[in-house]
Design a protein around this ligand. Structure first.
Ligand code: NAP
Length: 308
């Protein structure tokens, strides 16, 4: 079965995000505002920005983009982030990675206020996802979990193998799967031979950025695969798996494009709306809990009477 990220995105948008937008507009009389900061001229970053803008245009989101030249200093960037942290009209700050080499990415990410860190990478947000407390969690990882849940793929007691250990995907995905009571193996560039691990996977997450890495002979036939990789080969976009070979063998597989990408942008929007609502729900623990659970309704059943 093909894990269709576009279909998931449409359903989550219709059943969760759009109804919530109606509540937000009525309750607060304003909409969440995202500030994206781009440094330099990275074509991939520009393309991700366009995809996000198109998606956000159909939601209750105001989106601003600040472009800094490649030669901007780290101090200038930190100063802008500091101003945006203190600007009450901004609800989410997204610094597009990678940053130019002369900037310290960790220092920049850590400077974003945790309440506005919709990428879920600031230290207190990382602590929350490691502790399995639902909060702002990296959107690609949330998207992976959302796809698995949406297709009702069993996780409890299953063996999940995550290939890739980055802070934005591999590690948060592993923690989300642990939260769902999967047994998790995390592989990386020194896990050799990779096949030894992938063969044992009931669920396989490929998050590397290497075309053709996962081949048909490396997996069991009843595995569910989510391919997060983004690679270009002869101008063609593809993931980390040999999708055409695998699709007739495995139980589930997500394509690239049309799998993890749409789920990521959807969960980023979800994080922004959640950040906005959590800000307004300050001091109301019950409401905050309700909101976190509402936005985590990955099976997108919807709720006619969401947390007001
Ligand atoms: P990253 O920071 O470069 O991490 C890649 C990971 O893959 C590292 O942990 C690395 O191991 C591991 N790795 C490299 N070669 C390997 C090999 N031969 N066998 C096993 N593991 C290997 O990349 P990232 O930021 O996590 O992104 C991963 C991919 O997802 C990229 O293609 C990126 O473009 C894509 N992406 C997709 C989305 C989406 O929405 N679908 C969003 C963001 C990124 P070491 O730690 O040992 O180096």
């Amino acid at each position: 079965m093909i894990i269709d990220g576009r279909k998931f995105s449409q359903e989550y948008t219709d059943k969760i995000l759009k109804p919530r937008c109606e509540v937000i507009k009525e309750k607060y009389n304003k909409v969440p505002k995202l500030s994206t900061i781009l440094v330099g001229e990275d074509p991939a970053s520009e393309s991700y920005r366009r995809i996000r803008e198109k998606f956000f245009a159909n939601l209750c989101v105001e989106s601003d983009v600040l472009k800094l030249p490649e030669e901007a200093t780290e101090e200038e960037l930190l100063d802008i982030i500091n101003k945006q942290n203190n600007d009450d009209s901004i609800d989410g700050i997204l610094v597009q990675l990678p940053l130019p080499k002369h900037m310290d990415e960790d220092k920049v990410i850590e400077s974003i206020s945790p309440d506005k860190d919709i990428e879920g990478l600031s230290p207190s947000n990382v602590y929350a996802w490691i502790k399995s407390t639902p909060n702002l969690i990296p959107a690609t990882a949330l998207g992976v979990l959302a796809l698995l849940k949406h297709y009702q793929i069993p996780l409890h007691g299953k063996h999940a193998v995550v290939v890739g250990r980055s802070m934005i995907i591999g590690k948060p995905v592993a923690h989300l799967l642990l939260r769902e009571h999967a047994t998790v193996t995390v592989c990386h560039s020194r896990s050799k031979p990779l096949k030894k691990y992938t063969k044992k996977a009931d669920i396989l997450i490929a998050a590397v950025g290497r075309a053709h890495l996962i081949k048909k002979n490396m997996v069991k036939k009843d595995v569910a695969i989510v391919d997060v990789g983004v690679n270009f080969e002869d101008g063609k976009l593809m993931g980390d798996t040999e999708f055409d070979d695998l699709k007739d063998k495995v139980a589930y597989i997500s394509p690239v494009p049309g799998g993890s990408g749409p789920a990521t942008v959807t969960m980023l929007a979800s994080n922004l709306l959640l950040a906005f609502e959590l800000k307004h729900a300050k001091n109301n623990i019950e409401l905050q809990k309700c909101l976190r659970e509402y936005y985590a309704d990955y099976e997108a059943k919807g709720d006619k009477n969401p947390c007001i």
